[in-house]
Design a protein around this ligand. Sequence first.
Ligand SMILES: [Zn+2]
Ligand SMILES: [Zn+2]
Length: 149
Amino acid sequence: MTALWGAGGDLVVVEQDIELHRTVLSQFRRCPEPWCVFPYNGPGYGGADGGDPTLSGALGCVRFRATLMATHPGLMADVGNVDDAPGLGRGDWRRLDVRVLGALRDQGYAAHLHFPAVFQHHVFHGLCACGTEHEPYPVDREGRYAPEG
Ligand SMILES: [Zn+2]
Ligand SMILES: [Zn+2]
């Protein structure tokens, strides 16, 4: 992320478990806002386990304009160099989304939300966040895809 931040052009991030729909990239292309986000279902989708039902500031489906990155060229390197969670290493990916969110809000930005939301297929507690019972894939303790063997 640090290498891509401000490397030229806009930056679109789509995490591996996000299901896009057909207007995502065209909305990103057309919208003039500097920081655009498609929300998606979080761990509490469908009322399960009291988690956040909708993630609106995460990095799963986001576009940063080149102008934003040029205005704050050190932002990603700075947030990647923070040690703010016991047990996690400096710059750990599990805190990157909230650090980026906080750093951009501190600079006076607000995520520009786009709809319809996209869909996340992330396994929390043995159940996919999408709420359907499609083929479960093997995951590690953090819910990351972990092929067996
Ligand atoms: Zn936008
Ligand atoms: Zn799913």
